[in-house]
Design a protein around this ligand. Structure first.
Ligand code: 5GP
Length: 116
């Protein structure tokens, strides 16, 4: 079964796409956590970061460099931003299609709450 992000990649459901090439697609998160919240996904279906294969090394690098490029285009690179990859249940992953969150446009605070 095709993931919701695969449907966005193929244009089968609408999304605010900010970048697309042969390997990756980037689009605005439907429920943004900050002024800039963009998801960068591989066009091919890879369920989680744990499912990346050795042959995906170039693709994984391209995901990261695409996020850097978009951060610059969005004007958030100078002040900084956060890149997040949630993986599986404990990582808080909801959509089973690998995605990199690019979040910025305001101070984001510390990354995770520490337990007392
Ligand atoms: P996760 O928790 O899996 O790391 O993040 C999934 C993200 O996908 C969430 O931030 C959520 O708001 C976003 N999302 C879920 N469904 C859709 C959708 O149909 N379109 C868009 N643009 N974002 C979605």
């Amino acid at each position: 079964m095709s993931s919701i992000f695969s449907k966005i990649v193929k244009g089968e459901i609408p999304a605010d796409i900010v970048y697309q090439d042969d390997l990756v697609t980037a689009f605005r998160d439907i429920n943004p956590a900050a002024p800039v919240h963009i998801l960068v996904v591989p066009n091919k279906e890879i369920a989680t970061a744990d499912d990346l294969a050795d042959e995906d090394e170039a693709l994984a690098g391209h995901l990261l460099l695409t996020a850097r490029r978009i951060a610059r285009e969005q004007g958030i690179a100078d002040r900084g931003y956060r890149l997040i990859v949630n993986c599986k249940a404990d990582g808080g992953q909801e959509v089973p299609h690998l995605h990199l969150h690019l979040i910025g446009g305001r101070p984001l605070g510390s990354m995770v709450k520490r337990q007392a």
